[in-house]
Design a protein around this ligand. Sequence first.
Ligand SMILES: Nc1ncnc2c1ncn2[C@@H]1O[C@H](COP(=O)(O)OP(=O)(O)O)[C@@H](O)[C@H]1O
Ligand SMILES: [Mg+2]
Length: 253
Amino acid sequence: MSALSCSGVSRSFGALTAVDRVDLTVAPGARHALIGPNGAGKSTLFKLVTGTMRADAGRIELAGRDVTGLSEVRRNRLGMSQTLQHSSLFASMTAAETVSLALQRHDGSRISLLPRRRPEVRDRADALLADVGLPGRGDTAVPALSHGERKQLEVALALACRPTLLLLDEPAAGMSAAERGRLVELLSGLPPEVTVLFVEHDLDLVFALADSVTVLHLGAVLLSGTPADVRASDAVREAYLGAGRREELFTRD
Ligand SMILES: Nc1ncnc2c1ncn2[C@@H]1O[C@H](COP(=O)(O)OP(=O)(O)O)[C@@H](O)[C@H]1O
Ligand SMILES: [Mg+2]
């Protein structure tokens, strides 16, 4: 059974069909990348999957269960967890407080930010921060974190819900090369029980991480396959560069 399956999923904005009858299957444990030129419909499809936005047509299944009509919160409880393209972290909190809040919300327990009252939550928050590459950074205020560290914190928040499917929209956006390196390490180190679907602009990062790739173009699936299939595809090259252009699309081997 697939971790996620979309069949015939569509969404229009007025006359524009942003997502056009998309079929997408993500295998359990996959590191599946969703790529395509700007405006291809990646973020819209992502929102349809998370439930942030409703599809006009089609069916979305999470581990075989139809979630098409379910809210974002219900999908979240069933094991979907996302980070967003635009960060929405609380400016007045520390890293550990932010993660503690997410952990308590997931537990459904009464929320307290006083570490003395909830030492076990603080311990779990510190462990999660260490998992995402932020060991010992719990007492740092969110605004004092670098851009890359904030992205790592967002992954910790998404993991606080113990997801079976982790969804990331452009996790490396705005990161330095060193920060990208750490992100690749973090995502490749996630346990195999966590399936990852990520939208990514940086093709080097896609090929460093993904074991399967779906290419969207003008709202529709142009190709789904292995990274090697995508590299070899003239259709993908043309979608990115325009017909007849000969320069290299992929720089890393
Ligand atoms: N809320 C919206 N209202 C109207 N048009 C939208 C909306 N969101 C996205 N679009 C349009 O849908 C198309 C796909 O956008 P998007 O999914 O953001 O693409 P991508 O993430 O691949 O760059 C674009 O033409 C975009 O302008
Ligand atoms: Mg986008």
